[in-house]
Design a protein around this ligand. Structure first.
Ligand code: BES
Ligand code: ZN
Ligand code: ZN
Length: 480
C-alpha cells in the first residue's frame, strides 16, 4: 500500500483512547458495555458506515513502538476486509513530533504487508490496500510526504533482508547471495564487487577459507559500496556474518539447533538490506558493506578441532570448536574492512552466539564495543528505530580468556560470557578503529511472530543501522 498525504478517502480510521470520552455514538454502546475499552490495537469495523475505530490505549503512555503495533493490526484488518483505500488524521501526541508519529503509523501499516509464501501451494492473501491517506495541514504536507517515502524505502530494505534470510540454504548459497546483491543493489547505484575463491586466496583470507573448506559451495567475498557524499572523507563499514548454512562442522549441532541455521547469514542479510535502504533514500553518506559468505559443513577436507589456522592479519587461531566459525570468517572480513576500506567506523552484525540467545532472548541484540561514544550513537539509533540493543561489559579480564596455548588466539573459550568473548575475539581484527559488534543470534530469526515482527526472518537490525548511518551521533529527535 502506498502512503500518501491527501484528503479523506475510502474507509475512515477514527482513533479512540482508554479512559477518554467516546468519539462517536456508534461506539458508545460498545464502550458502555465495556466490550470495547480503548485498549491498544483494539479494532471495531463498521463497514456499513465506512469507518474503522482503532484503540490506542492511554494517550499519555503512547510512543512510537505502540503506534507501530496498533497500526500493524489496523493494516491487517484493512486487508482482511478487502479495503483498497483508507484515511486517517493523526493528532500530535505528547513527546512525539509529527514526523515521528507519521513514520511510526506508516511503518506499522507497511509491516502488516510482509509475507514469505513462495513455497506454499495455498498463498497467503495478497494485500488489497492500495492507498492510505494521511490528512495533514497544508504547511506540513511536504515534510510529512518526505518522511512517508523515507519509511517506505527503509522498509523495502528490511523486507529485502527478510527475503534473503528466509530463503532455504539449498537456494541461498554464497553464490546466490552474491548474485542477489548484484541484481538488487547495482541498479540503485551501489557498486557491488564479488571475489571468488582464487581472489580470496590471494587476499590471504586463511581463516575464512578454513571454514569454507568443508562445503561443496564456493565461498564468495562481497563488497558493496555506496558513495553518497563524495566531498567527505568519512566512511562507515558494515560487516555482516554470511554463513549461508551452519551445520556446526565436525562439532555438529543437534537437529533442533541446526534446523534454522540458514539464518546464519542474518548479518549479511541486514547489511545488504540496509545498503538497499540507504541507496533508495539516496543517503548523503559513504557506506561500505562487507560479507564473507560460505557454508560450515562436514567433508573429508573440512577443518577440524585442534587445527591451528592462520588469518589475513597473520594471527594464528587454535580451533577448539568448529561451530565457532562465524568469528573466523568475520576476523578476515573485519581485517579487510579495517585495512583495505580504511573506514572511520565499523559496525559488524552477526548471528554469532547461542549465549546471546540465553542472555537476551529474541527481543534484544547484544553489543560489544571498543568506543563508548560510538556505542552511544548506536543506542540512540536503537531507541529511534525499535531494534533493541544492550551493551555487554568488555575488559581485559575477558580479553585474557582468548589467549591460546599453541596459537595466538583460540576460537572457543571456556568459562562463560560467550557473547562477550566472541565480540572481543573480533576486536583483535578491527585495528583500533571505532567499532561496535551486534550479536543478533536471538533477534534475526523468530520461532514465533510477535507484535509487528513475523515468524522467521525479522530484518533486524536494518532500521537501527539505517538511522545510525543517517544521523550518527546526532540521532536527536527530528522535529516537524
Ligand atoms: N551460528 C551459531 C550461533 C547461533 C545460535 C545463531 C543460535 C543463531 C541462533 C554460531 O556459529 C555458533 O554455533 N556458536 C557457538 C559458539 C561456541 C561453540 C563457542 C555457540 O554459540 O554455541
Ligand atoms: Zn556455528
Ligand atoms: Zn554460525
Amino acid at each position: 500500500m502506498k502512503m500518501k498525504v491527501g484528503k479523506k478517502e475510502g474507509l475512515s480510521v477514527i482513533l479512540y483512547f482508554k479512559n477518554e470520552d467516546c468519539p462517536s455514538a456508534d461506539l458508545k454502546p460498545m464502550m458502555e458495555k465495556e466490550i470495547l475499552k480503548g485498549e491498544l490495537g483494539e479494532i471495531y469495523t463498521l463497514l456499513e458506515k465506512e469507518t474503522i475505530y482503532l484503540g490506542l490505549g492511554e494517550r499519555a503512555k503512547l510512543n512510537a513502538e505502540k503506534l507501530k503495533k496498533a497500526f500493524f493490526k489496523l493494516g491487517r484488518e484493512l486487508n482482511r476486509v478487502k479495503a483498497t483505500k483508507a484515511s486517517a488524521e493523526i493528532p500530535k501526541f505528547e513527546g512525539l513530533c509529527i514526523a515521528q508519529t507519521h513514520k511510526a503509523v506508516a511503518e506499522g501499516l507497511l509491516q502488516s504487508e510482509y509475507r514469505y509464501d513462495k513455497f506454499l501451494s495455498e498463498k497467503k492473501p495478497a494485500p488489497t490496500m492500495e492507498e492510505f491517506y494521511f490528512v495533514v495541514s497544508e504547511d506540513k504536507a511536504k515534510r510529512v510526504e518526505e518522511k512517508l517515502e523515507e519509511v517506505e524505502k527503509m522498509l523495502e530494505g528490511v523486507f529485502f533482508a527478510r527475503d534473503l534470510v528466509n530463503e532455504p540454504a539449498m537456494y541461498m548459497t554464497p553464490t546466490k547471495l552474491a548474485q542477489s546483491c548484484v541484481e538488487m543493489l547495482s541498479p540503485l547505484g551501489v557498486e557491488v564487487e564479488v571475489f571468488d575463491r582464487k581472489q580470496i586466496e590471494e587476499l590471504g583470507m586463511k581463516a575464512f577459507l578454513a571454514v569454507a573448506r568443508g562445503s561443496a559451495q564456493e565461498p564468495k567475498f562481497i563488497v558493496m559500496k555506496w558513495e553518497g557524499d563524495k566531498e567527505s572523507e568519512e566512511k562507515i563499514a558494515l560487516v555482516g556474518k554470511g554463513l549461508t548454512y551452519d551445520s556446526g562442522g565436525y562439532c555438529i549441532k543437534p537437529p533442533d539447533g541446526m534446523a534454522t541455521m540458514h539464518c546464519d547469514m542474518g548479518g549479511a542479510g541486514s547489511v545488504a538490506g540496509v545498503m538497499m535502504a540507504v541507496a533508495k533514500n539516496k543517503l548523503k553518506k559513504n557506506v561500505v558493506g562487507v560479507v564473507a559468505a560460505c557454508e560450515n559443513m562436514i567433508s573429508g577436507d573440512a577443518y577440524k578441532t585442534g587445527d591451528i589456522i592462520r588469518s589475513m592479519k597473520g594471527l594464528s587461531i587454535e580451533i577448539g570448536n568448529t561451530d565457532a566459525e562465524g568469528r573466523l570468517t568475520l576476523a578476515d572480513a573485519l581485517y579487510y574492512a579495517a585495512t583495505v576500506i580504511k573506514p572511520s567506523q565499523i559496525v559488524d552484525v552477526a548471528t554469532l552466539t547461542g549465549a546471546c540467545v540465553m542472555a537476551l532472548g529474541s527481543y534484544t541484540s547484544g553489543a560489544v564495543t571498543n568506543n563508548k561514544e560510538m556505542m552511544e550513537s548506536i543506542v540512540k539509533a536503537s531507541e529511534r528505530s525499535g531494534d533493541a540493543v544492550w551493551e555487554l561489559p568488555a575488559n581485559d579480564l575477558y580479553r585474557d580468556m582468548l589467549k591460546g596455548s599453541f596459537g595466538d588466539l583460540k576460537n572457543a573459550v571456556k568459562g562463560g560470557a560467550g557473547t562477550i568473548t566472541a565480540g572481543l575475539f573480533l576486536e583483535k581484527f578491527v585495528e583500533e578503529i571505532p567499532w561496535v559488534h551486534l550479536d543478533i543470534a536471538g533477534t534475526a530469526y523468530l520461532s514465533k511472530a510477535y507484535d509487528y515482527l513475523p515468524e522467521g526472518a525479522t530484518g533486524a537490525p536494518v532500521r537501527l543501522l539505517y538511522y545510525f548511518l543517517k544521523h550518527g551521533k546526532d540521532c536527536a529527535k527530528e522535529e516537524i
